[in-house]
Design a protein around this ligand. Structure first.
Ligand SMILES: [Zn+2]
Ligand SMILES: [Zn+2]
Length: 294
């Protein structure tokens, strides 16, 4: 399994001199499975540069959407494969969000907000609303498990298991929301237990609270605690606040390393950056997954 990051920012794109190192595009992660299949997690502005790659293939492009907030869908009109005649695009959407989310994805291409209308696209769209575990790659040793997010409007996390290697994508998620709690902390610990790579929303610092409490994002300090409690292999801090500069993320990285060292945790932590590539290699004879980061 190879994970590549194309967009790591939350809320809105944040290009500029202060975000050159980690990048300014919004959420989009590509996973290349050992079977050769591709999974695309979310369609933020990062999907534009990713789109050049699958455009060279003829197999269906599979997109798993976490939810319909614009930082997760606004790159879709710029995704090359949707302009390929008869190219099959499979869009996986949680049952909870259903058709409303699908219409959100396409309503941005209505001729007013974007010149090309969704109904004029030459590609074939296949919305999938349920049972993604069985509909995708179960027969080839791949399992995708969902978990509802704590986020205004709802959404889902995905855990992808392939031949003993695993990656979880959990954005946008507030671990301790003030009101409606969809998934409890102990349920997150169970769901994520032992995952090799955890990509988790880590948008806020203590300074952002309490003003943003209830906006659906987690504190960095809560996320590293979760990674420790769930005995995660590598924690990838994701969905950076648009105001967070490269130097601030460098400081967060150092702080996380200190924290994990003080807990004697085997977990390591990195801040997601555009272009970062993580490879997961499960030894044939068993043992821990080898995780490489470029
Ligand atoms: Zn978001
Ligand atoms: Zn959101």
């Amino acid at each position: 399994m190879i994970i590549t990051f194309y967009g790591v920012r939350g809320s809105t794109p944040a290009p500029g001199p202060l975000t050159v190192k980690y990048g300014g595009n919004t959420s989009c992660v590509h996973i290349e499975l050992e079977t050769g299949h591709d999974l695309i997690l979310d369609a933020g502005t990062g999907i534009r540069s990713l789109g050049h790659k699958p455009a060279k293939k003829s197999t269906p492009a599979s997109i798993l959407l976490s939810h319909g907030h614009w930082d997760h869908i606004q790159g879709y009109p710029f995704f090359d494969p949707i302009y390929q005649p008869d190219r099959d695009i499979h869009v996986y959407i949680s049952v909870q969000s259903g058709r409303k989310l699908l219409s959100t994805l396409f309503s941005q291409m209505d001729g007013t907000h974007f010149p090309v209308r969704a109904e004029d696209l030459p590609s074939n769209h296949f919305p999938k609303f349920k049972g993604i575990e069985s509909e995708l790659y179960e027969r080839e040793g791949i399992q995708v498990v969902k978990q509802p997010l704590n986020h205004p409007g709802g959404g889902v996390a995905y855990r992808i298991n392939e031949n003993g290697a695993s990656c979880a994508y959990v954005t946008d998620n507030e671990l301790e929301p003030p009101k409606k709690l969809t998934t409890r902390y102990d349920q997150w610990v169970n769901y994520l237990h032992g995952v090799d790579v955890l990509i988790h929303d880590a948008q806020y610092t203590e300074d952002d609270m309490p003003h943003k409490h209830g906006w659906g994002h987690s504190l960095i300090s809560q996320v590293r605690q979760l990674a420790t409690d769930a005995e995660v292999g590598t924690l990838v801090m994701f969905h950076h606040d648009p105001e967070r500069s490269d130097s601030e993320l460098d400081e967060i990285q150092i702080e996380n390393e200190k924290y994990l060292k003080s807990k004697h945790a085997p977990t390591r932590s990195v801040c997601a950056a555009e272009g970062m590539r993580i490879s997961l290699d499960k030894p044939v004879l068993g043992g821990a997954t080898r995780i490489g980061i470029d």
